[in-house]
Ligand binder design. Structure first.
Ligand SMILES: Nc1ncnc2c1ncn2[C@@H]1O[C@H](COP(=O)(O)OP(=O)(O)OP(=O)(O)O)[C@@H](O)[C@H]1O
Ligand SMILES: [Mg+2]
Length: 173
């Protein structure tokens, strides 16, 4: 498995993990989700079908479960943005695949969401460099010969507490 998805090249890879099932990815999403709060931005990169929506859905539903709520989390590939609440936390789940430029993406109101909400962004390459400082890239990769395996690598600046916590989640598997 290789990281073929676009990712800001100057960011170091802080951790890698291999998922062997959709359930394992959902459990990791819940562990990572527990570390996140408003103002955190997770950029979910990787090819079509590599597991970005699966990860985001599990993360959102795990945060809602803490508050006794549960919503369907459809892929935002047509609506571009779906918003959720988990207690006081607002969560934005975006899929920018159909957009062609950063201006279109930012018109969705993303800049405000980057500071006020927890943002989970699929196809972040569409932001073309307009990634918020401190964002975490999770890059998903898969190999058609091992259909239930997914590689997940974490790329972000390594000087924050969030970076250390997310790296620990992946390292602990
Ligand atoms: N280990 C795994 N982790 C995550 N998903 C897996 C895994 N193994 C198999 N799958 C399956 O792979 C599919 C991933 O689909 P998903 O919609 O999450 O991809 P995506 O990356 O969001 O694609 P797109 O770029 O089209 O939005 C799901 O059907 C999921 O059940
Ligand atoms: Mg998706």
């Amino acid at each position: 498995m290789s990281d073929t998805a676009a990712c800001s090249p100057e960011l170091p890879c802080l951790a890698r993990w291999v998922s062997t099932s959709p359930e394992a990815t959902a459990a990791m999403a819940a562990r990572i989700g527990a570390e996140l709060r408003a103002g955190d931005v997770i950029l979910l990169a990787g090819d079509l079908g590599s597991g970005k929506t699966h990860f985001a859905r599990a993360l959102i539903q795990s945060r809602q479960a803490e508050h006794g709520t549960a919503e369907d989390v459809p892929s935002p590939s047509f609506t571009l943005v779906q918003t959720y609440h988990a207690g006081d936390l607002e969560i934005w789940h975006c899929d920018l695949y159909r957009l062609t430029g950063a201006d279109d993406a930012l018109e969705l109101g993303l800049e405000e969401a980057f500071s006020d909400a927890l943002c989970l962004i699929e196809w972040p390459d569409r932001l073309a460099g307009c990634w918020p400082e401190g964002a975490a890239w999770l890059v998903f990769s898969h190999d058609p010969e091992t259909p239930d395996r997914r590689g997940v690598s974490l790329h972000m600046a390594d000087d924050t507490g969030l970076a250390a916590r997310l790296a620990r989640c992946l390292e602990a598997g």
